[in-house]
Ligand binder design. Structure first.
Ligand code: PHE
Length: 470
């Protein structure tokens, strides 16, 4: 484990047992709730199949280079984000702390509550507890939504109970360390996730109307490519979905053996994430198509995204299924839960590894303390005002916080030297990235991120976010 005695020349560091162990953990971090309940909708909204063009452009020009950067730094420096950055230049250690703290507070606390909702819904699926009104059930009965973030309301006990379960899983996995916990868990989670998604796709394909839904999902509308919003959406999605800018991939790569193909791993992680999200979209839109056919509603009216999709539209569709609706529901929410847990353990690991590297505390005590604090901090999101808080925290931290962190991470490469890092990654990789990597990291990605940042800022200044008071 990383719980080493004070700084020996190269303290013993945990190491992935296999290449697949590392890849499944990194892919597990990338595939998350966003891949299933957000990605398909963004595709549909932004020109269907045509959206894959900006998406792949964003993947190749920003996602993969940044992932190579994060893998490269972690692999070379063999440390969590703060430690790796400090090794580059001690003045930059704070950036690593900023990343791991903000992902822990800004994302992990509310993300775990999102997973807790899925756990609760797995349970509700058994009896189709939402009845004839999934909307009322979700917002009133389950969340007990209050008038806004200023009215906290009471703690919702089903959410709280599920949240305890989520944190026990987070805790147990990270507690046992890189090989015995994270690697072992992801080696089970990822194949299971792929199989579950394939079952859901196969099942939906048998439902009448599903093909119509899938056509709506993927039918390309090339005219949308002229709209800058489509490109902005593609770029802003890439960073979050690949878990970049959070110190996670730096940490995971720090456990790679010296001989590990960085460039190849970065491509595989990004491509598998994309492929799985795309395929998950078939199940999502197939089901929506079925529902539109059953309710004779226009397709556009059945489509929802984010929580509306998972907790309102989907339950409604599940209730309409001709056979075994409870099983379908359990499988769908289990898929979301597994995708979510594999992401949330990566966040907990990024923060824990930072504390272990810096203070040499034992892994077991750091992880236990952080899990208790993470659970306690998440309680605010289990209240009636929780949804509004979740929305606010998510918007501000996962946009501004993330974009700024990524810009600074590129700036750090100005300090270290992009060619120096490129030489390192190329020296261990089968195919080389070439000088385009330097250009991308030094100029292109920061420029794109600044555009994204300004775009968000202008929108929020024009109209306070979500209509909430400033
Ligand atoms: N990549 C995950 C998703 O798409 C989200 C995530 C963000 C995971 C940050 C870890 C850290 O849902």
């Amino acid at each position: 484990m990383a719980e080493s005695t004070p700084q020996a020349a190269e303290p013993h560091r945990a190491q992935w047992k296999t290449q697949w162990g590392f890849l499944s953990a990194a892919i597990g971090s990338a595939i998350g709730l966003g891949s299933i309940w957000r990605f398909p909708y963004v595709v549909y909204e932004n020109g269907g199949g045509a959206y894959l063009i900006p998406y792949f452009v964003a993947l190749v020009t920003a996602g993969i280079p940044l992932m190579i950067l994060e893998y490269g730094i972690g692999h070379k420096m063999r440390g969590s984000a703060p430690m790796s950055f400090a090794k580059i230049n001690p003045h930059w250690e704070w950036l690593g702390w900023w990343m791991v703290i903000f992902v822990m507070i800004g994302i992990e606390l509310d993300y775990s509550v999102g997973i807790a909702w899925c756990v609760s819904y797995m349970w509700f699926s058994l009896t189709l507890a939402w009845g004839a009104d999934p909307n009322g059930f979700f917002f009133q009965q389950f969340l007990g939504v209050t008038a806004g973030p200023h009215v906290i309301g009471d703690i919702r006990s089903p959410i709280l109970l599920s949240l305890i379960l989520v944190w026990v899983l987070n805790w147990l996995t990270v507690f046992f360390g890189v090989e015995q916990g994270i690697e072992k868990a992801n080696k089970v989670f990822m194949p299971l996730l792929f199989v579950l998604i394939l079952i859901l796709v196969g099942w939906t394909a048998t439902l009448p109307g599903s093909k119509e839904g899938i056509v709506r999902y993927l039918k390309p509308d090339f005219s949308r490519l002229g709209d800058p919003k489509v490109w902005i959406d593609a770029y802003s999605q890439i960073f979050f979905t690949l878990s970049l800018g959070f110190g996670i991939m730096v940490t995971y790569a720090s456990y790679l053996p010296r001989k590990a193909d960085i460039n190849f791993n970065a491509c595989v992680t990004s491509l598998v994430d994309t492929l799985v999200s795309l395929v998950a979209g078939l199940a999502v839109f197939g089901t929506l198509g079925y529902m539109a056919a059953q309710t004779s509603k226009p397709f556009a009216e059945t489509v929802q995204h984010g929580i509306g999709l998972a907790f309102v539209a989907y339950p409604q569709a599940i209730s309409l299924l001709p056979s075994l609706p409870a099983l379908f529901g359990v499988l769908f929410f289990l898929t979301l839960t597994i995708a979510g847990i594999a992401s949330s353990i990566s966040i907990l690991e990024a923060f824990s590894a930072a504390m272990i590297d810096k203070f040499h505390y034992s892994r077991k005590s750091v992880v236990t303390l952080l899990s208790v604090l993470g659970f306690l901090g998440g309680i605010i999101f289990t209240t009636g005002g929780g949804l509004a808080w979740l929305d606010i925290v998510d918007h501000f931290l996962s946009h501004y916080g993330l974009f700024i962190a990524c810009i600074l991470q590129c700036a750090l490469l100005w300090v270290y030297g992009a060619p120096r890092l490129r030489e390192h990654v190329d020296s261990v990789s089968l195919f080389r990235v070439g000088r385009l990597f330097d250009f991308s990291i030094k100029y292109l990605i920061p420029a794109i991120l600044i555009v994204l940042l300004l775009n968000d800022l202008m929108t929020d200044i024009r109209r306070p976010y979500g209509g909430y008071p400033w």
